[in-house]
Design a protein around this ligand. Structure first.
Ligand SMILES: Cc1cc2nc3c(=O)[nH]c(=O)nc-3n(C[C@H](O)[C@H](O)[C@H](O)COP(=O)(O)O)c2cc1C
Length: 147
């Protein structure tokens, strides 16, 4: 089924050198690329940056998610990419956003906690669902604030 919906959930380590201003500039440039490239690919999703880690959810048709994620994998602004979930999904969770940027107001909190230290194959699925929950929760909060 060519139009089947896929979802990719991963987290990665920030490799942007410099202070918070430089990081903010690079995140702006990432979000500008997402606003430009994701709508024609029918990709929606969310990006969180917290305490040196990125977490991203990409959802859309399988070929779009695959080709976009391959490009993102090669981006030198992050590394140690841990894919927590990649598979068919029933519905879009972030249908309103080409790429929501979340957690701006929660910078003082450790949103991901143990994810940076997560190991082992068996926990992967559960951890993916958990990360997705965290990102969804942030999105709901953001929406409530905007309303
Ligand atoms: C954590 C992270 C998330 C990114 N997410 C996206 C994205 O959702 N869409 C996108 O087009 N580029 C994203 N990028 C940027 C891409 O790696 C790449 O730089 C960009 O797509 C290039 O855009 P261009 O082909 O229009 O020049 C992301 C980069 C990082 C480090």
């Amino acid at each position: 089924m060519p139009s089947e919906l896929y979802r990719c959930v991963y987290y990665s380590k920030n490799l942007i050198a410099g202070g918070s201003l430089r990081i903010a500039e690079e995140i702006e440039s990432i979000l500008a690329a997402a606003r430009r490239n994701n709508p024609p690919l029918s990709v929606t999703g969310a990006l969180v940056f917290n305490r040196g880690l990125f977490a991203q959810v990409l959802e859309g048709p399988c070929p779009s998610v695959e080709s976009l994620f391959e490009k993102i994998l090669r981006d030198e602004r992050h590394g140690d990419i841990q894919v927590l979930g990649f598979g068919a999904a029933r519905e879009r969770l972030f249908s309103n956003w080409s790429m929501a940027f979340l957690g701006r107001s929660r910078e003082d909190q450790d949103l991901f906690g143990h994810f940076g230290r997560q190991t082992g194959f068996n926990t992967e699925r559960i951890e993916g669902d958990r990360l997705l929950e965290i990102v969804r929760h942030l999105a709901f909060e953001e929406e409530a604030r905007a309303a």
